[in-house]
Design a protein around this ligand. Structure first.
Ligand SMILES: [Zn+2]
Length: 367
């Protein structure tokens, strides 16, 4: 019987538009989350946005005042490692050249999509991030290794340069892809053809969706299903929509967009959007902030049923965001943690270091 290894990944960052306090959006909720997890022996994998954290450090160094809670962030990441959780790399590259204006980090939109930058620049940003985490965290855990990556906005497309840069920097696992996902705009990707919605695969550098037995980077997809819009209606998701509406990105007109301004064209587009939303299926990620407790448990049961006859360990990668961990969310998450902890013969709380990449998933890693 397959053992389901449940990996809780947490994107650790402020609001996408550069607003918000790192204390209330990162430090405070993450501490509550770890306290809750510790009651059940659950493990958290914090995916720390190093580009932001480095700006908070820069501010501290320049002003001698820690208004962006840099010291508490580092202390928290070290605390996580000491207490059996994990910390790995997440990068919102648009922060690298950002400037602080009226308490808000104004980002460099030309560097919004890391995967679209030149190879040298991608390599540099990833190298800086990995070196930073390893320097700060080896203070408490000398054998700590940064080997897992998640791209901002899940964008690993185009794949070639970013995959090569990740391998070059000794990153072994990417966990950005979710099958059925598709976006076009500031970032563009299409993961509908991804190799699996659950099982890891060695990546083909030309397209992260495809399996290459000789690939040096392994994709651990965020677990996802293709579902109708009704599966998305939960109180937690409503909270996220409201929160996002208060911290919107500044809108900007896309070049060549001639439709803005014409009311009848606008109306038609809106109608098309609504119809698509209702009729089509959408990528439903196993999101421990936004799904209800019941949805999380039934999602896990579906995976269990599907892989019942498998002999290998099956990863179940969930996603969450520290800024979304509300007190209400604790009520929906706790029953799920209880459910997992009750059946140690079937389920196990895990981090990425607890998978045998070479023997289980036929990955030929030699770096
Ligand atoms: Zn992020």
């Amino acid at each position: 019987m397959a053992m389901l290894k449940v990996v809780f990944t947490l994107d650790y960052e402020i609001h996408g538009n550069g607003e918000g306090s790192p204390y209330s959006l990162m430090v405070e909720p993450t501490q509550r989350l770890m306290d809750l997890f510790d009651n059940y022996g659950a493990k958290l994998t914090i995916l720390a946005d190093v580009s932001e954290i480095l700006k908070f450090k820069e501010y501290f160094d320049e002003h001698g005042r820690d208004d962006y809670h840099y010291a508490e962030i580092i202390e928290q990441l070290r605390y996580a490692l000491i207490n059996g959780h994990d910390v790995q790399l997440h990068i919102h590259s648009s922060y690298t050249n950002s400037r602080l204006e009226k308490g808000k980090w104004c980002q460099d939109w030309s560097e919004y999509s890391l995967s679209e930058l030149k190879y040298g620049r991608i390599n540099e940003i990833i190298g800086v991030g990995k070196a930073f985490l390893e320097k700060e965290l080896r203070v408490v855990k000398p054998d700590y290794k940064c080997f897992v990556f998640r791209a901002a906005n899940w964008s690993m497309s185009p794949s070639l340069n970013i995959c090569k840069a990740l391998v070059e920097n000794g990153i072994e696992i990417d966990t950005s892809v979710f099958k059925y996902g598709k976006r076009s705009g500031r970032v563009s990707f299409d993961y509908r053809e991804a190799f699996s919605d659950t099982l890891p695969w060695p990546i083909s550098v030309n397209n992260v969706c495809f399996r290459d037995p000789g690939g040096k980077l392994v994709e651990f997809p965020i677990y996802c299903e293709n579902r109708q819009i009704t599966s998305f209606l939960t109180p937690n998701r409503l909270f996220r929509v409201i929160q996002a509406s208060f911290h919107k990105h500044k809108t900007y007109k896309l070049e060549g967009d001639s439709t803005t301004g014409n009311p009848s064209v606008k109306k038609g587009m809106l109608l098309k959007k609504v119809l698509t939303m209702i009729l089509e299926k959408h990528a439903w990620k196993l999101d421990f902030n936004q799904c209800s407790g019941k949805q999380l448990v039934s999602g896990l049961k579906r995976i269990e049923k599907k892989y019942n006859n498998c002999e290998i360990d099956i990863p179940v990668v969930l996603i969450g965001h520290s800024k979304l961990f509300t007190k209400w969310n604790r009520k929906t998450l706790e029953p799920f943690l209880k459910y997992i902890a009750r059946s140690p013969e079937k389920y196990m709380f895990a981090s990425f270091g607890q998978f045998d990449l070479v023997n289980t998933y036929n990955c030929s890693l030699d770096n």
